[in-house]
Design a protein around this ligand. Structure first.
Ligand code: MN
Length: 249
């Protein structure tokens, strides 16, 4: 089993070491991760500048690009063998509900699914590193499940852990994507030259604790596992759209 580890917080993040350590029990681990912070880069790739790769220690490589670049390079022959499993994270911060579309951590898992390799994204719903230890037994259980019965083609798993001390996590919930409620997430200030500037991310957004959602699982001290599709087609809407007259003007 050849396991590729990446993330979006950059190769120096504590979360990626924790994930690499947990994965080492299951096969040969290669870490290919962004050289710098790449959070909220979603599924973006670098097209207009070259990518540089540096091996900083055996089987640990930095890439001057996005998490998706890391997976793309690794899945297209940069490593001696193609990975059998792609694990992204453990992200410092949650990737829940509507926010999954912003996430570089999730973007890497999306790219893995595009390449046809079983993939999962892992995030800790807290900014520090103390909660990582409590996640690790669950990371092991999830990797075991991925090997035994991988996500179906063109699907991947989004995993979030509650930020709790060892022994605090109560179990696993299989969830659907929930909804964030945004409040004042753009802040306007005036720069020293009197011009306005804007900063995204104001007050902490609140979320809907709907039963069965990923937000609810984290609130209930459970690991949230959400199976996701690459296919974002709104199937029921197709029939209705076909009934319309698409008159040219
Ligand atoms: Mn991140």
């Amino acid at each position: 089993m050849r396991i590729l580890i990446t993330n979006d917080d950059g190769i120096d993040a504590n979360g990626i070491s924790a994930l690499a350590d947990a994965a080492a029990a299951f096969g040969k681990v290669s870490v290919v991760a962004p050289a710098a912070q790449q959070s909220a880069t979603s599924h973006s790739i670098t097209l207009h500048k070259p990518l540089r790769i540096e091996e900083i220690r055996p089987d640990w490589f930095t890439v001057t690009g996005t998490p998706t670049d890391c997976v793309l390079l690794s899945g297209k022959g940069f490593l001696d063998e193609l990975p059998d499993l792609i694990l992204s994270g453990i992200n410092h911060g949650p990737n829940l509900g509507d926010d999954v579309t912003y996430s570089g951590t999730v973007g890497a898992a999306i790219e893995g699914a595009v390449l046809g390799i079983p993939s999962a994204a892992f995030s800790l719903a807290g900014r520090g590193s103390d909660g990582l230890a409590a996640c690790l037994p669950f990371v092991g259980a999830i990797i075991e499940q991925m090997i035994e019965k991988p996500p179906a083609p063109r699907t991947y798993w989004n995993v979030n852990f509650p930020d709790l001390p060892a022994g605090g996590i109560q179990g696993v919930a299989i969830t659907h994507i929930g909804h964030r409620v945004y409040q004042d997430t753009v802040v306007e200030k005036i720069d020293p030259r009197g011009k306005p500037y804007y900063w995204i991310g104001g007050d902490t957004p609140t979320c809907d604790l709907e039963e069965g959602s990923d937000f609810r699982a984290i609130h209930d001290r459970l690991v949230s596992i959400t199976p996701l599709h690459l296919d974002m087609t709104d199937e029921p809407a197709m029939a209705e759209l076909r009934t319309r007259e698409w008159t040219t003007r």
